[in-house]
Design a binder for this molecule. Sequence first.
Ligand code: AHR
Length: 492
Amino acid sequence: MEKYVIDPFNRLSKINKDIYGHFSEHLGRCIYGGIYVGDDSKIPNLNGMRIDVVNALRDMGLPVLRWPGGCFADEYHWKDGIGDKSKRKRMVNTHWGGVVEDNSFGTHEFFELCRQLGCDAYVNGNVGSGSVREMNEWVEYMTFDGESPMSALRAQNGSESPWRVKYFGVGNESWGCGGNMMPEYYADLFRRYNTYVRDYDTSNKIYRVACGPNGDDYNWTDVLMRLAGNKMNGLSLHYYTVPGSSWDNKGSATDFSEDEYLTTIAKAYNIDKIIGIHSSIMNRYDPDKRVGLIVDEWGTWFDVEPGTNPGFLYQLNTMRDAVVAALSLNIFNKHSDRVHMANIAQTVNVLQSVILTDGADMLLTPTYFVFKMFRDHQNNTLLGSHITSDVRQAGEYKAPQLIESASVDENGVITATVVNTCPKREAEIDCELPHFEVSSVKASVICGEMHKMNTFDDKTSVTERDFSDFTVKKNGFTSVLPACSVVKFTIK
Ligand code: AHR
């Protein structure tokens, strides 16, 4: 029996709802076909956005959306994507499949999508191949309410009022696809470009995100914090879980052994250590934790689904992905003093998606149900909590069998989410909330054999179901968590 202690009186950091954010790039069928079909499509849409997808994302509770990339962002020239659609420039999407990008989804369409989703906007600017002026004018175009060339252009294109840009990324992966820069050089460029990301409206103070490290590149964080830490609001971190031995052999999304499953879990869990080390470097320069660590790309990355365009990064999603999503979200909650936002890659049809589409058809993946289940943590206060657990070694990585986080809302309702990462063994837990009289517990579960998934023929194989395998005690409860499961307890 594992001991789980939640201290309802040890209130820690606020869990920013944007930790539950998403990322949608002009990549494969994420935007085109997955979200945007155009208003003359036979697929039911509102102003070009798929009604089924928008409704599902709203139900899931999507708080913030990052766009237009990714690598695409550093080749994107925003003026190509405004005005009369028939005259918009057609370009080659060199990073992703070499397909024609017709720019029919641009700035106005992105904000229309955010409006329909009821979410905040995270726009990523172009440092790699764009000019300072281009970035400056884009921010003016999006946010300025007075008289200016860019606000006039916006009005001419149908939007009299400005939009709210909550987050703005100054470049993406500047150490890689965004320009292959050295950290010292990028730090200077960040200082320069960022100067012209103006706050035109005092009610829209833009949260500026500098390009941060790739995984465990601690030197990048150190240099950026030292040379530009006082100019940024956030520093990004990209961390993908790739179970295979190399980028050429990432492993199959659906056909994997128990060893590969355990390696995936252990590699995903490694983000806990990576965030911890980046945070301690940031603490040296920013002890008050003003600057957020923004995990704006994370998730599983497998070999593409056989027979699909390798540049489209289309992969299927199983219970293994649900476990990775849940353990990662628990880790982000635990680090919410430093992690202000995270954006899983990518919303629809790309990498660890929450939705897959096939023409007019759509399915919700196991990862979708995790996000929906965890939405109760959004904007809650993290509680001190700990669970005992076996630890499994997988090569050079290791992960505990049980990974949890707990939070409380403004009415005192406690949400605890526990992942049993073991594909074979149940876990008995004895949960105690010292000095707290439990009046009720409700629970739900997402579980199944590690390969279990939803398909277009069987869309409800993996879903969130009520869970009753627990017994309430005076100061807590006991429970038996199924193998390969994610369980949420709502405690009053
Ligand atoms: O999410 C896919 C790609 O991964 C993004 O475009 C890039 O930023 C990262 O390398």
